[in-house]
Design a protein around this ligand. Structure first.
Ligand code: NZQ
Ligand code: ZN
Length: 385
């Protein structure tokens, strides 16, 4: 096992009717800004619950954060917060709102051009406004991690940053708030969680037995609960298991002490930046392609995955690996997320543009072995036409 430091300061408040806890957690004297997306929280009762819990607080609002939150939109929120002396932010929504608030938290006190937050991958962050999150879409893990992904459409860029200063103070996870998710977004959350786990599991063995078993347990939970949630969207226990799975999938726990990949994610971000695909859709395309073209380097973990997650024990090594890749994409398809470029109307012609973006962003040596060059990314994409 590799050396590691694990420090996650985010408090999780999980369960039914927990939005009330906001008043206990946020200082009474805070000058608060509630940040949300396109309005789903107004339709599913989350907005009303928040307003009720925060009665008596000094509270302003900033709505309209779009999926794949945009730099220019967020900067409007930053200006408003600066003008109003806001000193505490509350995100209410999915990963996009949570990520957007992380950026705003760092940008409000930032000296200089806030674009540097992104170009330095978060290293230039010296301070951040405290913030919390009411999560309504499980998948990204943003509610309990220090990462954020911000798009800048005017530059066709989707950029990642992280900083220990942007862990949420606390996050409220009420599975009931996820009952209103459209099936496509529910599925996106399941696929995103699945791929987060794979990015930290499907690398090379370092005898991280605990991490492997945690990861396999989470994957098996997704296989069990994913199809159920589409059939029973208001089943509390199914929603609760998926929500907790998503948080544990990317809160640092399963990735501590093991190598991590993230090539699927980084190439996927370019597909979103260029063609507007949902984050999880890009992952459903790319993960099977990456598994296929990197089967040699990942052989040992692929065989372990085949056996322990899918129960595949017969056939040659190559046959067992192929069967595991096939089962993985079939699971995404079962979740109604297409796994081929053509499923989104994309053809061979999109591939050079993706490779150009990878070059432009310096993403030319991705993955746990730094061997995912644009050429290998091309092969992974070609495998998914
Ligand atoms: O905007 P509103 O009206 O709230 O609607 C949203 C949005 O249209 C809707 N929604 C959310 N909760 C709902 C709901 N609709 C009905 N009922 C509810 N309970 O769902 C739509 C998508 O929301 P979004 O927040 O964009 O989805 P998701 O949570 O999948 O977030 C995706 C973003 O997170 C980034 C992705 O790149 C993408 O930008 N990621 C962040 C990560 C992190 N911070 O660690 C890691 C991930 O790998 C990922 O890259
Ligand atoms: Zn993801």
């Amino acid at each position: 096992m590799q050396n590691f430091v694990l420090h996650n300061p985010t408090k999780i408040i999980f369960g039914k009717d927990r939005i009330k806890a906001l008043a206990r957690e946020i200082p009474k004297e805070a000058r608060l800004m509630l940040v949300y997306g396109g309005g789903s929280i107004k339709q599913n009762g989350v907005y009303d619950q928040i307003r009720q819990a925060l009665e008596g607080y000094s509270l302003i609002e900033f709505g309209g954060v779009e999926p794949n939150p945009d730099y220019d939109t967020l900067m409007q929120g930053v200006e408003l917060a600066r003008a109003q002396g806001v000193d505490y932010l509350l995100a209410a929504g999915g990963g996009s709102v949570a990520d957007g608030v992380k950026f705003m938290a760092a940008a409000i006190p930032f000296q200089g051009d806030p674009m540097e937050i992104l170009t330095s991958w978060g290293k230039s962050i010296k301070q951040a406004v405290p913030f919390a999150c009411v999560l309504t879409l499980p998948g990204t893990g943003s509610e309990m991690n220090d990462g954020s992904v911000i798009s800048r459409r005017s530059l066709k860029a989707k950029l990642v940053f992280s900083s220990p200063l942007v862990f949420p103070q606390f996050s409220i996870l009420d599975p009931v708030t996820t009952f209103s998710l459209p099936p496509g977004q529910t599925s996106n959350g399941v696929v995103d969680t699945f791929v987060h786990i794979m990015e930290q599991y499907l690398t090379y063995p370092v005898d991280g037995k605990v991490q492997d078993r945690f990861a396999e347990g989470l994957l098996l939970t997704l296989l069990e609960e994913g199809p159920k949630v589409l059939a029973q969207p208001e089943n509390y226990d199914v929603r609760a298991n998926l929500m907790w799975c998503a948080t544990l999938g990317l809160n640092g726990l399963i990735g501590a002490g093991v190598p991590q990949d993230w090539a699927t994610h980084m190439v996927g971000h370019e597909l979103t930046a260029l063609y507007g695909l949902d984050h999880a859709q890009t992952l459903a395309i790319l993960l099977p392609g990456m598994m296929k073209v990197r089967a040699e380097q990942k052989q040992q973990k692929l065989l372990q995955y085949a056996e322990r997650v899918w129960g595949i024990t017969s056939g040659s090594d190559a046959e067992r690996i192929d069967a595991a890749i096939e089962k993985t994409s079939a699971f995404f398809e079962l979740m109604q997320v297409p796994t081929r470029l053509t499923g989104y109307g994309l053809t061979q012609e999109c591939i050079p543009a993706v490779l150009e973006q990878l070059q432009a962003h310096g993403l030319t040596a991705l993955g746990e072995q730094a061997d995912v060059t644009p050429d290998l990314a091309r092969k992974a994409l070609e495998a998914r036409l």
